[in-house]
Design a protein around this ligand. Structure first.
Ligand SMILES: CC/C=C\C/C=C/C(=O)SCCNC(=O)CCNC(=O)[C@H](O)C(C)(C)COP(=O)(O)OP(=O)(O)OC[C@H]1O[C@@H](n2cnc3c(N)ncnc32)[C@H](O)[C@@H]1OP(=O)(O)O
Length: 75
């Protein structure tokens, strides 16, 4: 998942949470999109910080998601 929170001042924080390496699964991508929409809808938010849990940002596309893209791109 990705957790939305309000940080200091006008900053929204979206924290990627998908142990062990915060890979971008479909669930994480959906939660990321939801968080960005929430920030966009809040006129007091002037910046969005995206970070990863446990001292890691993200390993990129989740292994499963990557296979899915590969299969669909060949159809
Ligand atoms: C239409 C196109 C859309 C998007 C294009 C997107 C492109 C990309 O995202 S490219 C990037 C894809 N990511 C990778 O190729 C990263 C591969 N991983 C690594 O290089 C390393 O794992 C790491 C540097 C991220 C971490 O290294 P290290 O600390 O040595 O840990 P491990 O390698 O032992 O990995 C721990 C654990 O995490 C699993 N894992 C790693 N990467 C992914 C991933 N991308 N998706 C899912 N899972 C991942 C790895 O298998 C290990 O799992 P186990 O402990 O269960 O074995």
């Amino acid at each position: 998942m990705a957790q939305y929170a309000r940080g200091a001042a006008a900053v929204a924080v979206i924290r990627l949470r998908n142990p062990p390496v915060n890979a971008l699964s479909l669930t994480v991508l959906q939660a990321l999109e939801d968080g960005l929409k929430k920030a966009d809808a809040d006129p007091s938010v002037k910046a969005v910080m995206i970070c990863g849990e446990n001292g890691k940002f993200s390993a990129g596309t989740d292994g499963f998601t990557r296979s899915h893209h590969w299969v669909t791109s060949r159809c």
